[in-house]
Design a protein around this ligand. Structure first.
Ligand code: MSP
Length: 662
């Protein structure tokens, strides 16, 4: 078998002085979608993501947190990594710029172009933006022209890279490779920047300590952008890139604000070192919030976790790719997100999957029926599905995600309409009716199979569930898209287990919960001292406090009397969508029924709790947990190193509901 063609793509590597918001998430999810798509097209794909950990900004953030830089970045990098895992991102390489192999690559690359005569010592005096890590052409006291934040005056010795020598080679390259910079608007922007003349670039710093040392030239450390861009090469072999076969990269996917670094500096460094250039740099637009770029400094960020907790990771992935035309800016709104979730996912794909399975279950004993003669309306749907395959692949190839999804959802809508006009449920039991019903149900299931495969790169989690619901073997990820055709669904296949896909959710409730969690996350201390979103307490904060190892200060009885604890009886208990540790309980405390959330879902089955008597702190101020109101607290012991909650109770005594604990 011939070797699979190789495909290498990268996300930007993210700064570790902040935590991811959905702007960063957008870049990463796009890359992950391309990665999954290319695999299904038969490529041997490597996708790199990672963290950009050096520079003065990190140096200062670590100082503020009172920890060494290495500890600071290790914790932040772990946060980024954990989030990508939660979002189902399948990065193959997570490169950190503090990795040793990366430092070697940076030093090696520098040596290559220094040996080639493109480096000279100099002195820089000018303004520097520590947030963008950019030398900016403004006067002292003026703000950064790109991000609007204050600049700092830098005066230091450094080494310069002869960027000016690459004006002509770069312009020639752009002409020879018209697709190198995408989209067109960004290409034009870069072209006019380079045509305007290039100034040599300082690539080392002496007033910063936290960086990769320039060998033999201490105290010089490398300029962060030179360091960061080189990560793309370190991830696939560094100096030994030829051995892995993944360099040059096929695609660097970046946000539009960093196009210049990728489309001018990076190719110039590579040319100077005599290395092959990446094939394409694609600059996408920004996610805007209230018409401004989402960014930590503006305080208008939305974090991905609350969305994932309430609606699931596929909902976020779908929304980001469907709502914004790739390459353009797009507005984020919770309202539009939940709208899309309910209309496209719950009522669209989710509903088609569950009703198809239910009809097959009822009429065909849970097996895909064998179709009889096709009528023109069946063939019309088949043609639409077959055409959709071609159209969707073409759009994915062009990174036209929103159009690809539009096409798939138009197929889903056509199938819903087909079911309405063919109404298989009203057919009778005659031989002809049974055959007609079998044909309609097979046709519907075949559309569902095709839609599932086509949507898989975007919705990996839910399409895997639909795939097994349709009784298909293996994973949708291993289906070769090139071989996908109408008519491959085998009759007689037994359906698999049905799993919840996209439960409908009331818009106001969903938004309230996401916003409440967002607020919790924003108020949470930095992960360098505590987790970003604190995990739900075992059964409330008093239980956690009771588990504390520290010897508490003694309190008087009057202090204890402030805590009003009563016997309560659990009336109802249910799980909360998107909050796997919490149960929502209603508890009779004698004088009223209270709603209380308890962090016991992983250890107690809700149905087994009904009727159980528990100790309740009744005078605790109400608060929201994962956006759900909790009015009181159930008392539990916290057992073992994992803090397993064991409910305090009254097993042997007949205690009255509402009795006070003293
Ligand atoms: N560390 C540099 C990149 C070095 S790559 C060699 C950096 N990091 S960053 O943490 O600021 O991330 C920037 C990237 O995050 C952007 O290029 C973009 O891909 C993404 N986004 C950050 N905010 C964004 C939006 N509001 N909208 C869309 N994407 C944005 O720059």
């Amino acid at each position: 078998m011939p070797d699979k063609p190789k495909y290498y793509l990268t996300t930007p590597i993210y700064y570790t002085n902040g935590l991811p918001h959905i702007g960063h998430t957008y870049s990463t999810i796009v890359c992950d979608t391309i990665r999954r798509y290319k695999r299904m097209r038969g490529y041997d794909v490597v996708m790199t993501t990672g963290t950009d950990e050096h520079g003065v900004n990190v140096e200062r953030s670590a100082k503020k947190a009172g920890v060494p830089e290495s500890e600071f970045v290790a914790k932040m990098a772990a946060e980024w990594r954990a989030l990508w895992d939660e979002l189902g991102v399948q990065g193959d390489e997570f490169i950190r710029t503090t990795d040793l192999k990366h430092a070697h690559t940076v030093q090696w690359l520098f040596k290559q172009f220094r040996d080639n005569g493109f480096v000279y010592p100099g002195h820089y005096t000018g303004q520097y933006c520590i947030y963008d890590n950019a030398y900016v052409d403004v006067k002292p006291g003026e703000n950064c022209p790109d991000c609007g934040r204050p600049t700092e005056t830098v005066t230091e010795a450094n080494f310069y890279f002869k960027l000016s020598a690459f004006q002509k080679p770069l312009l020639d390259w752009y002409v020879k490779h018209p697709d190198f910079i995408q989209p067109e608007a960004r290409r034009n922007e870069v072209l006019s920047f380079v045509e305007g003349g290039l100034r040599d670039l300082s690539i080392t710093r002496t007033s910063v300590r936290w960086g990769i040392p320039v060998p033999g030239e201490e105290p010089h450390v490398f300029y962060v952008w030179f360091d960061a861009l080189t990560a793309y090469l370190s991830a696939v072999g560094g100096p030994q890139y030829e051995k892995t076969g993944f360099w040059p990269a096929d695609l660097h996917l970046v946000g539009k604000e960093i196009i210049r670094f990728h489309a001018v500096y990076w190719p110039a460094f590579l040319m100077a070192a005599g290395l092959p250039l990446p094939k394409q740099v694609w600059a996408h637009g920004w996610l805007l919030m209230d018409s401004a770029k989402m960014s930590k400094s503006l305080g208008n960020v939305v974090r991905p976790r609350p969305i994932v907790h309430v609606l699931g990771m596929d909902a976020l992935r779908y929304y980001l790719l469907r709502e914004t035309v790739f390459g353009q800016d797009g507005n984020f709104s919770y309202d539009a997100l939940v709208q899309r979730y309910n209309s496209d996912l719950a009522n669209g794909l989710g509903n088609l999957a569950s009703r198809t399975a239910a009809m097959i279950e009822k009429n065909s004993g849970g097996k895909i029926p064998k179709p009889a003669a096709f009528q023109p309306q069946d063939t019309a749907l088949a043609t639409k599905a077959q055409e959709a395959i071609g159209e969707v692949l073409e759009q994915y190839d062009k990174l036209g995600f929103s159009l690809a999804l539009e096409e798939i959802w138009s197929l889903i809508a056509a199938t819903d309409k087909y079911l309405t006009t063919e109404h298989p449920w009203s057919l009778g039991e005659s031989e002809a009716d049974q055959q007609r019903r079998a044909t309609i149900l097979w046709t519907t299931a075949e559309v569902l199979r095709i839609a599932t495969i086509l949507t898989h790169p975007v919705l990996p989690e839910s399409t895997t569930k639909v795939w097994s619901l349709l009784g298909q073997r293996g994973q949708p990820a291993s289906v070769a898209l090139d071989g996908l055709r109408w008519g491959q669904l085998a009759a007689g296949t037994s359906l698999g287990k049905s799993q919840p896909l996209f439960p409908r959710i009331e818009k106001a409730e969903a938004i309230e919960r996401m916003e409440a969690m967002e607020k919790e996350a924003q108020n949470a201390p930095s992960p360098v001292t505590a987790p970003a979103i604190p995990s739900a307490p075992a059964a409330g904060s008093a239980a956690a406090a009771a588990a504390s190892q520290a010897t508490p200060e003694k309190i008087g009885i009057e202090d204890f009397a402030k805590v009003e604890m009563r016997v309560g009886q659990i009336k109802t208990a249910e799980r909360i969508v998107g909050a796997d540790k919490l149960l929502k309980l209603t508890v009779d405390i004698g004088t009223e029924i209270r709603q209380i959330c308890a962090g016991i879902a992983q250890f107690y089955e809700p149905e087994k709790l009904i009727g159980r008597k528990v100790a309740v702190v009744v005078n605790l101020a109400p608060r929201k947990l994962r956006g759900v109101e909790s009015n009181g607290m159930i008392v539990a012991a916290s057992v073992g190193p994992e803090g397993r909650p064991v409910l305090a109770g009254f097993p042997d005594e007949d205690v009255e509901i509402g009795a006070r604990l003293k």
